[in-house]
Design a protein. Structure first.
Lengths: 412, 426
C-alpha cells in the first residue's frame, strides 16, 4: 500500500558536548543511547519497529568500524532478524538515511522505521580528522597535501561571494555569535558553556587563529561525537500512535516536502557552472525550491524557522539568500536586520546549528530533522521558537555536493 | 540588592578565585582580581583567559594587589568573593578589612566548604553577617558546574535566594543548597570514600587500588589519581576538618594511613609537585608510590577478569550488565569493589536531611556528586545495582545499615540514559 504522508514520532539526541572517545566507548554505545533515549522520549513499543536505517560518514576511518546497522539488532531481543541499512553521503549521511526511510514508508514497505545518525570523531587528532574529512571532497584533486581541506573550500565560497557581491567578514562574525548564543539555550549543544562574543569572532589571535583565508576558528563548526535518533512512520501508524495517547493525528508533525540534488564533486566546477547565474550554488537552491514546491509553499516566508547546515559561517551566509530571505548576494541584509535571530522574523538555527550545537558528521542531518520536529511539536524547551508550525532543514554533504532540504509541519 | 555588576575576587591567584572570576568576566561583569601581589593576580588573569580561550575577557578584569587596590575594588563591588588560603585566621583578617571598605548590602561570600563559616565572620557587624554566605565552587568551574550554597544563622534568606538565581542565570551553575555543616555535601561524601581508598592502598598498592575502583565503577577519574589532582595537602586538610567537625557511622574511614604523612613530608603532593600517588617519567611511563618502601615502583598492569568484563560492557553502553558482572564476581577484589559501591550509596542516602534539605530528597546529593565530582549519582548507582530493593539487600549483605531515604525510593532527575558519561570504560 502506498502512503502519501510520512510522520515523525519524536526522538532523542545525545549530548554533543560529550567526548565518547575519552570515555573509551564504542560507536555502538552511542547508537544504543540514542535508541534507548528515543524509546523513552516517544514511549513507543519497540516491537513495532520494522527496520533501522543508520546514517554514518566514516566509521571505518574514525573507529575502524563499518556495518553499523548490525549493532542495532543487539539493542532489543525483539530485533532479531530486523532489516537494517547504513547510508553515506559525507555530512549529508543522516539525510540519506532519512530519505531512504521516507521512500520505504511511502512505498508501503514498512510503517515505522528507526533512523539513527551517528559519528564518533574525537578518536583522532585534528590533522588526521581533517584528512579523513577530505574524503568527502574529491580527495586527489582537492585534498592531497592540504591539512584542513574543508575550511579552504568554504573559504573559497566566501571568496566567491566577495567577488560577485562583496562580503564583509563582520557578517560572518555575527553569524558565529548568533549560533553560539542560541546554543546556550540548548542543553545538548557542544558549545553551550563556551565563551563567545562578536568582538572575539572579529579578533584574530592565539585563541581565534586563521585556519586559511577568511576562515578562522570561530567560523568553523567543531567536530564532535554524537548521535541522533528519530522515528518516521506511515499515516496509519501515526494515527494509531496518536489515538493510543488521546492525540489527534494533526498534532503529529510530518514531512511536508523535501528536495534532494547532487552537484559535481569538485568545488571549482560548481563555481564555474554557476558563473552566469544569480545563485552561487544553484543545486543547493534547487533542493530548497523543490522542497518548497512539494510542500506547496511559495517561499521562505511561509516558514517559522530554519535549521541550516552552517558547517562554516560562509555556508550559513550562502543559505540565507538560497532559502530566499534576501535577493542573491544580499544575505548581509537579513543579518543586519536581525531577521535570522532567535526573535527575528525567520530564525535560523535556534538550536545553535552546527557551529553552536556541534557537527558529528553523520548525525547532523538527523539532528536537524529532530530539531525541526521539536520546534513544530512545541517541545524545544528553552530554544523553542514561539508558535512554530513549519520548519525547514538544509543538510549538505561535501562542498555543497549533496543537498537535502526537508520541510516539517502539520501541527494542527 | 537588585543586581550584581561588579565583583571583587580576593585570592585571584588561586585556581578557584581566578577561574570562577573568569566565568564572571565572560558573562560581562566587571571583575577585580586581587591577591597579595600584582603578579599573582596577573597569573590568575592568564588562567581565566586560558579557560575562556579569549584574551578579550581581560577587558572586564582589573588586576591588583591588596595594598593598592583592595579599598577601591571592595568599595565598588556588589559582590566580594573571598577565596584566600584555607585558614581561619587569614580569612578572618580579610573579612575584617573588607568590612572597612564595603558598601552596605554588598554581598560577601567565602568559597570554603571545610571551615566553620560562623568563625570566619567572628567580630563582624550584624550587617556584614546578614550579607554573608558560602558559594563553594568545584574545580575547574569551567567543567564542573556544581556550586554549593549556604548561609550562617544571621544570613538574610533573601540574599541566599538572590544568589541562587544569580548563579544559575548569570554563571550557569548547578546550585546545591546545603546545610551549614563543614564539608557540606560533596566533600563530606567524596573524602570519606577517599579516606577508605587510601587505606586500601596498604593492601593492594596504588595501581591495583585505582584499577579496582576505576572509572568503570562510575567516575571520570580513578580515586587516587583524583587525589593527586586535588593535592595531598588539600586532601589531608579536608580529612582533618571532617575528623574535627563531623561524627557519623563512617568516621573510622577518615583514619589517615601513616604513608600519607610521609608523602606530605617529602612534598609528594600530586600533580603540582610532579609526583604523588603517580609519577610520570620522562619516558612518558608512570611509576606508582609504594607505601611499604615509600619509593616508586614500576607498573604491574593489573588484569582481573571481572573488571575487564565489566569494562567491556561499559564500553558498549551496557551499564546494567557491567554492574551485574561486578555483583556476580567472587573473591577479595570483587568484595572490595562491592564494599566501596555500597558505602557510596549507604553514606549518600544516610546524609539526606543532614547535609541537604530532606524535601529535595537525594537530588541535591545526586547533583553535587555528578556536577562537582563527575561521579555517577548515588541514585544511578542504585539503579545499576538493580533498584532500591536489590540495593538494600546488597547493603545488608555487606554490613551496611539501610538508610531511610533509600527505603523511601527517592526519585532523581538523573536516569541511566542521561548518565552514560559517568561510566567510563577504563
Amino acid at each position: 500500500m502506498k502512503n502519501d504522508a510520512v510522520y515523525i514520532i519524536g526522538g532523542y539526541q545525545t549530548d554533543f558536548a560529550r567526548n565518547w572517545a575519552r570515555e573509551n566507548k564504542h560507536i555502538a554505545a552511542m547508537m544504543r543511547e540514542a535508541y534507548q533515549g528515543s524509546v523513552e522520549a516517544t514511549k513507543l513499543d519497540a516491537g513495532d519497529i520494522k527496520a533501522a536505517f543508520i546514517g554514518n560518514f566514516a566509521g571505518e576511518l574514525y573507529c575502524t568500524q563499518g556495518h553499523l546497522g548490525a549493532f542495532f539488532v543487539d539493542f532489543d531481543r525483539r530485533f532479531a532478524g530486523l532489516p537494517t541499512m547504513r547510508f553515506e553521503a559525507a555530512c549529508a549521511s543522516g539525510a540519506m538515511a532519512l530519505l531512504s526511510a521516507m521512500a520505504h514508508i511511502e512505498a508501503g514497505i514498512y510503517d515505522l522505521i528507526c533512523v539513527i545518525g551517528v559519528e564518533l570523531m574525537k578518536s583522532v587528532d585534528s590533522a588526521k580528522g581533517g584528512d579523513f574529512l577530505g574524503t568527502a571532497a574529491w580527495y586527489e584533486k582537492e585534498c592531497v597535501g592540504i591539512e584542513f581541506p574543508f575550511p579552504k573550500l568554504f573559504g573559497k565560497l566566501g571568496d566567491e561571494y566577495d567577488k560577485r557581491y562583496r562580503l564583509d567578514n563582520k557578517y560572518l562574525a555575527r553569524i558565529a555569535e548568533i549560533n553560539y548564543s542560541n546554543a546556550k539555550n540548548n542543553p545538548n549543544a557542544q558549545t553551550r558553556d563556551w565563551y563567545m562574543s562578536f568582538d572575539h569572532a572579529c579578533t584574530t589571535g592565539k585563541y581565534n587563529s586563521v585556519i586559511i583565508g577568511r576562515i578562522k576558528v570561530t567560523d568553523c563548526s567543531q567536530i564532535t561525537d554524537g548521535a541522533a535518533c528519530l522515528y518516521l512512520a506511515s499515516q496509519s501508524y501515526a494515527a494509531k500512535y496518536a489515538a493510543s495517547r488521546g492525540l489527534k493525528i494533526d498534532g503529529i508533525p510530518k514531512i511536508e516536502g523535501w528536495g534532494h540534488t547532487t552537484a559535481p564533486m569538485e568545488f571549482a566546477r560548481k563555481i564555474a557552472d554557476s558563473a552566469k547565474g544569480q545563485y552561487v550554488l544553484p543545486m543547493t537552491r534547487k533542493a530548497i525550491t523543490d522542497a518548497y514546491h512539494r510542500a506547496g509553499i511559495k517561499d521562505c516566508w511561509e516558514l517559522d524557522a530554519i535549521e541550516t547546515h552552517d558547517c562554516f559561517t560562509t555556508s550559513e551566509y550562502m543559505a540565507i539568500d538560497h532559502f530566499g530571505l534576501t535577493k542573491p548576494g544580499e544575505s548581509w541584509k537579513a543579518i543586519e536586520d536581525g531577521i535570522i535571530e532567535k526573535d527575528g522574523k525567520l530564525p535560523i538555527n535556534p538550536s545553535g546549528g552546527l557551529i553552536g550545537c556541534g557537527h558529528p558528521v553523520g548525525a547532523t542531518g538527523v539532528r536537524q530533522l529532530l530539531d525541526a520536529y521539536k520546534q513544530v511539536a512545541g517541545t524545544a524547551g528553552e530554544y523553542q521558537v514561539p508558535n512554530a508550525k513549519r520548519v525547514a532543514t538544509l543538510n549538505i554533504g561535501g562542498s555543497a555536493t549533496t543537498n537535502v532540504c526537508f520541510i516539517v509541519g502539520g501541527n494542527g | 540588592m537588585n543586581s550584581i555588576k561588579t565583583v571583587a575576587i580576593l585570592g585571584a591567584s588561586g585556581t578557584v578565585g581566578s577561574l570562577s572570576g573568569g566565568l564572571m568576566a565572560q558573562n560581562g561583569l566587571k571583575v577585580y582580581f586581587l591577591s597579595r601581589t600584582q603578579q599573582g593576580s596577573e597569573r590568575g588573569l592568564q588562567k581565566a583567559i586560558s579557560q575562556a580561550r579569549s584574551e578579550l575577557i581581560a577587558h572586564n578584569i582589573v588586576c591588583g594587589d591588596y595594598e593598592h587596590l583592595l579599598k577601591e575594588a571592595v568599595a565598588e563591588a556588589d559582590w566580594v568573593v573571598e577565596a584566600v588560603a584555607e585558614d581561619v585566621g587569614i580569612k578572618q583578617q580579610m573579612h575584617e578589612r573588607v568590612e572597612v571598605y564595603k558598601k552596605p548590602q554588598t554581598i560577601v561570600s567565602s568559597t570554603t566548604s571545610s571551615l566553620p563559616l560562623s568563625e570566619l565572620v567572628k567580630g563582624r557587624s550584624a550587617e556584614f553577617k546578614k550579607n554573608f554566605l558560602s558559594t563553594h565552587f568545584y574545580n575547574p568551574p569551567g567543567r564542573m558546574p556544581a556550586c554549593e550554597i549556604t548561609g550562617i544563622e544571621e544570613t538574610d534568606p533573601a540574599i541566599v535566594d538572590f544568589m541562587k538565581v544569580f548563579l544559575v542565570n548569570q554563571l550557569r551553575r548547578a546550585i546545591i543548597p546545603v546545610k551549614n555543616i563543614p564539608a557540606f555535601a560533596g566533600n563530606r561524601i567524596g573524602f570519606v570514600l577517599f579516606g577508605r581508598i587510601t587505606s586500601l592502598v596498604l593492601e593492594f598498592g596504588v595501581e591495583m587500588t585505582d584499577y579496582l575502583i576505576g572509572p568503570y565503577t562510575g567516575r571520570l577519574m580513578a580515586p587516587l589519581a583524583t587525589i593527586d589532582l586535588v593535592g595531598l595537602d588539600i586532601h589531608k586538610a579536608i580529612i582533618d576538618s571532617l575528623n574535627k567537625h563531623t561524627k557519623d557511622a563512617m568516621h573510622s574511614w577518615l583514619a589517615v594511613p601513616g604513608y600519607i604523612n610521609t608523602m606530605l613530608q617529602r612534598k609528594l603532593l600530586g600533580y603540582k609537585t610532579k609526583g604523588g600517588f603517580y609519577k610520570k617519567l620522562e619516558s612518558g611511563k608512570y611509576v606508582f608510590f609504594d607505601p611499604a618502601t615509600c619509593d616508586y615502583i614500576p607498573a604491574i598492569e593489573p588484569h582481573v577478569a571481572f573488571v575487564e568484563k565489566a569494562k567491556h560492557f561499559t564500553r558498549m553502553g551496557m551499564y546494567r550488565e557491567a554492574f551485574e558482572t561486578i555483583l556476580s564476581a567472587q573473591g577479595r577484589e570483587a568484595e572490595v569493589v562491592k564494599n566501596i559501591l555500597c558505602a557510596y550509596v549507604a553514606y549518600s542516602y544516610s546524609l539526606v536531611g543532614e547535609v541537604t534539605d530532606s524535601r529535595v530528597g537525594i537530588e541535591g546529593i545526586d547533583d553535587v556528586m555528578s556536577y562537582g565530582f563527575h561521579w555517577a549519582a548515588p541514585s544511578i548507582i542504585v539503579e545499576v545495582l538493580g533498584g532500591p530493593d536489590a540495593t538494600a539487600r546488597l547493603l545488608s549483605q555487606n554490613g551496611f545499615e539501610i538508610p531511610d531515604a533509600l527505603k523511601a525510593g527517592l526519585k532523581s532527575h538523573f536516569n541511566i540514559i542521561n548518565s552514560g558519561k559517568y561510566f567510563v570504560a577504563k
